[in-house]
Write a protein that binds this ligand. Sequence first.
Ligand SMILES: C[S@@+](CC[C@H](N)C(=O)[O-])C[C@H]1O[C@@H](n2cnc3c(N)ncnc32)[C@H](O)[C@@H]1O
Length: 302
Amino acid sequence: MAENNDFWNFYWETRLRPMETLGKRAAILATSKLIRQISPQIDHPLRLLELGCGEGQIIGMLLDAHSQVASPENSVAVDYDPVALATCRKDYPALRCVEGDFTDSELISSFGKFDILILVNALHHVFSDSYSDKFGEVDVPVGKQRVEQAFTDAVNCLEPGGWVVLFDGIEIPGDPDRLVQLCFQDNRALRNFEKFARTYKPFRVSYRKTSSLCVEVPQRHYNRYMTKSIFLEKKLWDSERFESYQYFTETEFRATFTRNHLEITEYRPLTVNEQKWRRQVNIEASSINFPNEHVLILGQKK
Ligand SMILES: C[S@@+](CC[C@H](N)C(=O)[O-])C[C@H]1O[C@@H](n2cnc3c(N)ncnc32)[C@H](O)[C@@H]1O
């Protein structure tokens, strides 16, 4: 089969079938398409950099798929979790896997220059790591500043004309203090919400019970609850409860890209888990729906 879109659709459908995470899929498909678009115009094997690579599924699968035009030896995957990185090394032995903190600008600038920078569910960790014991919450201005700095340092690793693929959580538009009425499908869903409110670490969650199965909650907490609700009954909650996926609004993402001389070529808000949420909760508000809680952004360095 010629390597046209049908070939790639079939290829990824087969390879990504076991992958449950819809956001990761979207990032892989968008990056694969980008590689196909830009590789004919670039006279060297493409170099990819993934920061916060985890087990390396994203960068590893992309390098496997595009081995004729991209180079694992000249690509780099960075994570500070040695366990995840050990799996990355085992699964993708040709790829250079580096254990380290990607907010260390000296470290990442030592890797050289890249054609594509991948940041998938990575920057929200920088924001969440800005938890202040003094406030008992994330220090929001400090967290945003650290995200901004980490992003700038990462973009500096790109060649002029290089590309960023960013996938992460997003703050939904509108007043964060606006009250949203949530009605749970059953007592189990309500108990899960109460567990979220009790044990979610990045922010203190306030809410008011309005009837036996309904609560009123400020938008900022509602948005976070929605994205975390699918983990509440899983072991993963032990780590998920420390992370806020949300840190920037659309306006802030766009401003950050502009400040870093990146032209946005694709901005795609995504609702990743609506079907799962609908099993737990109804949203009783005319002007609000299940949120576009994630975003995929592609940008090119001018
Ligand atoms: C949610 S996982 C995403 C992994 C991968 N990008 C994916 O989507 O499959 C985030 C990863 O970023 C790593 N991470 C977070 N902050 C980091 C930092 N400052 N330096 C290095 N790795 C970091 C975590 O250890 C974790 O493996």
